[in-house]
Write a protein that binds this ligand. Structure first.
Ligand SMILES: *[C@@H]1O[C@H](CO)[C@@H](O)[C@H](O)[C@H]1NC(C)=O
Ligand SMILES: [Zn+2]
Length: 181
């Protein structure tokens, strides 16, 4: 019960953060904070920590993608999933979001970037330290003081390492239906 309440509090502060970002991102629109409906949560597949929300997903092609497909996270939200490969030959399916929750890590690097003009660093879950993806920041602003991407940057999330809350809930509903029968 106590644990549940703590999670709820964390969730509320996370929503608040996201809403703040929305308002800052679109100053022309008024009262955005009251109108924003969270479409779905992306959560860490390993520990269930909030990573981002479907509303913050956006599409940007990398010229280095091995393949690309559109994936529907929700009825209204289709997101570009691109397959990329690192110098070790390991392949990942990634999608992009404007904001995500990552632990603070070491400096930016420009070596082997998937997005020309952008430096990167890894995004690991702040709670369980699983690799969630990478953070990207324009090379000019990728300084030591810039720990996380600015508004000009973004996050690439590994599709296999997150799960949506909508999907988790659908599983719980199924399980409950099975138990009730
Ligand atoms: C994904 O959908 C967008 C918009 O509907 C379309 O322009 C694009 O070609 C699609 N991409 C792929 C890889 O199917
Ligand atoms: Zn985690």
């Amino acid at each position: 019960m106590k644990c549940n309440q703590k999670h709820k509090l964390m969730r509320i502060s996370f929503i608040f953060l996201i809403v703040l970002l929305f308002v800052r991102g679109y100053p022309a629109e008024e009262n955005t904070e009251e109108e924003t409906v969270i479409e779905d949560f992306f959560i860490c597949r390993t520990c269930g920590n909030d990573v981002s929300v479907a509303n913050l997903a956006f599409d940007k092609y990398t010229p280095l993608a091995l393949s690309a497909t559109n994936h529907s996270f929700t009825e209204t939200r289709s997101v570009l999933i691109q397959e990329v490969q690192n110098p070790l030959g390991i392949r990942f399916h990634i999608f992009l979001v404007k904001q995500a929750s990552c632990a603070k890590v070491h400096p930016w690097t420009i070596k082997s970037t998937w997005f020309p003009g952008y430096a990167w660093k890894v995004c690991v879950c702040p709670k369980c330290h699983t690799l969630l993806g990478w953070m990207f920041e324009p090379v000019e602003s990728a300084t030591a003081e810039q720990s996380f991407p600015s508004e000009a940057g973004f996050y690439a999330i590994i599709f296999q390492n997150i799960i949506t809350e909508g999907f988790v809930n659908s599983l719980l509903m199924k399980e409950k239906a099975l138990r009730d029968n």
